[in-house]
Design a protein around this ligand. Structure first.
Ligand code: ZN
Length: 160
């Protein structure tokens, strides 16, 4: 039998173990240039995770807004300054035609499409208090909008 929730008992191999599940939420702010700018937010997510004091669980990193995405990347100049932008330009070109721009008379249809494809959030397992990232794997926010923005990113840490 397993019962999950706050202050629940979890039976594992016949041994009853008392677990206290916690949820901690922290907001970080990220200044961006827009135009497919990629910002490394690994240190801020690691800090939020450390502040939570949760040792085992996961952190959900979620961008509030529909024109930026959260993912991981090897944060090196080739990918960050060229390759991602060029790949996305083929899929959702900035100068393409978008019905969205007729709806609002704006210029960021491509930004919405790109953000939807990559997704607004990332889930990173936490083991022994550490994010389980690879050495060449950084957490990034990619802002596709057509102007500089200050992004609000929620780090919600769930675990024990
Ligand atoms: Zn728009």
């Amino acid at each position: 039998m397993s019962v999950y929730g706050k202050n629940s008992y979890v039976a594992t191999s016949g041994i009853l173990r008392y677990c206290i599940y916690m949820v901690k939420t922290e907001e970080i702010q990220v200044a961006t240039e827009g135009g497919c700018s990629i910002v490394d937010i690994t240190d801020q997510v690691a800090e939020a995770t450390a502040n939570s004091q949760i040792q085992n669980g996961a952190v959900v990193v979620f961008n509030i807004g529909s024109t930026a995405a959260i993912t991981t990347i090897e944060y090196e100049p080739g990918l960050v300054n060229y390759d991602i932008a060029e790949a996305l330009e083929k899929i959702a070109p900035q100068e393409g035609f978008y019905e969205h721009e007729k709806t609002w008379n704006d210029d960021n249809g491509h930004a919405h499409v790109r953000a939807s494809l990559l997704g607004p959030s990332l889930n990173v397992p936490i083991v022994e208090g550490q994010l389980t990232l690879g050495t060449w794997q950084q957490i990034v926010l990619i802002d596709f909008d057509t102007r500089p923005r200050t992004r609000r990113v929620i780090c919600q840490i769930i675990g024990e």
